[in-house]
Design a protein around this ligand. Structure first.
Ligand SMILES: Nc1nc2c(ncn2[C@@H]2O[C@H](COP(=O)(O)OP(=O)(O)OP(=O)(O)O)[C@@H](O)[C@H]2O)c(=O)[nH]1
Ligand SMILES: [Mg+2]
Length: 337
């Protein structure tokens, strides 16, 4: 893609061409050097879409919730872009086919675009790529972008966090009362969903989640008081922290409870906009993204400047206790290694 053709691609994308959309996403996903020009050109056309993250333990029904929520949003005349970040299979190294099969019934609708992304290798890179794919969908004019990740680790939680509203999905009968707690993702939930409410134990899951929320809220309140006492003049955004995380029950396979979920997303969106927190979240997101990209670029650059043998030698010296890891890094930085 030359600079001129990057402009053509972006023009076609803005004009609503679906083939261009799919091809551009593939290039962005593969991080081809020429996709950077297209991303730079389409960036001024982004910032209109509303980003919603859906995360939770494996098998809680995230994809089914995304599917059913998409139907509800379509009934409300909103267009929906979906990014499903699949866990890497240690065997195939590819995307989980099941997601595509379950979501295929949405595929005929021009107001919906679904992209499955395999999580190959670096998760830090995946977070950046997911953000870029979301920007392509944003520029293409989708009203809402749903990003599904398995809440299995910090990096995947970070991906969900790039969204403005984060939904954490739990379900009864997952072998543990509250699966979400184990992954430490409760803190990032703006909305909690107990899916599979048709199953026994749904009420217990709701109760357990409510107890965890109340405990977390008390801890946070104490912390805020501590901060406020220490820095009374600080215009801390936490004074706006009065969003009550709703716990909603859904039966995604039956499409039940999805209207209430769509309403909750709308309420949270209004809350973020009115409190000024939306801009805060966006600014924090940009800061985190710049830091992550810089870290990756610098690491890349430093490693590319050296031969594998030189790095190997450095590792051997650290292993032999001739050099400590901190000094090894300083030598890499100042070029003496
Ligand atoms: N009984 C019942 N089953 C459901 C419900 N929602 C989803 N399921 C089933 O739960 C299983 C897992 O659903 P998925 O939507 O693939 O779950 P997921 O969280 O996306 O799974 P991963 O992406 O693999 O982590 C499927 O067999 C669904 O049919 C529900 O509300 N009730
Ligand atoms: Mg899924």
């Amino acid at each position: 893609m030359t600079r001129a053709s990057a402009q053509d691609w972006v023009d076609d994308l803005l004009a609503g061409d679906r083939r261009t959309l799919a091809r551009l996403i593939t290039r962005v996903e593969n991080r081809t050097p020429d996709s950077h020009a297209a991303l730079a050109r389409l960036y001024p056309h982004t910032g209109r879409a509303y980003l919603v993250g859906i995360t939770g333990a494996p098998g809680t029904g995230k994809s089914t919730v995304v599917n059913a929520l998409t139907r509800t949003l379509r009934e409300r005349e909103q267009t929906v872009g979906i990014i499903a970040v699949d866990p890497t299979s240690p065997f195939s190294g590819g995307a989980v086919l099941g997601d595509r099969i379950r979501m295929v019934d949405l595929a005929g609708d021009r107001g919906v675009f679904i992209r499955s992304m395999a999580n190959r290798g670096s998760l830090g890179g995946l977070a950046a790529t997911t953000g870029d794919v979301a920007r392509v969908l944003d520029a293409a004019g989708f009203d809402v972008i749903l990003i599904e990740t398995v809440g299995a680790g910090q990096s995947e939680v970070d991906i969900a966090r790039t969204a403005y509203t984060t939904i954490v999905v739990d379900a009864p009968g997952m072998g543990d009362d509250v699966q979400a707690i184990k992954a430490g993702i409760l803190e990032i939930a703006d909305i909690l969903v107990v899916n599979k409410a048709d199953r026994p134990g749904a009420e217990n899951t709701v109760r357990a989640l409510r107890a965890m929320l109340e405990l977390g809220h008390r801890l946070r309140t104490n912390l805020h008081h501590g901060e406020l006492l220490a820095r009374p003049a600080s215009p801390d955004a936490s004074i706006y922290d009065f969003w009550q995380v709703p716990i909603l029950k859904t039966i995604a396979t039956e499409g039940e409870g999805l209207g209430a979920l769509a309403d909750a997303i709308e309420r949270h969106r209004a809350y973020l906009a009115d409190s000024g927190l939306l801009v805060e979240r966006q600014r924090a997101g940009i800061e985190a993204e710049l830091a992550a990209r810089l870290r990756e670029a610098l690491l890349d650059q430093l490693i590319r400047q050296r031969t594998p043998a030189a790095l190997e030698e450095l590792i051997e010296r650290v292993l032999a206790r001739q050099l400590d890891p901190g000094s090894a890094v300083r030598m890499l930085m100042d070029g003496s290694a």
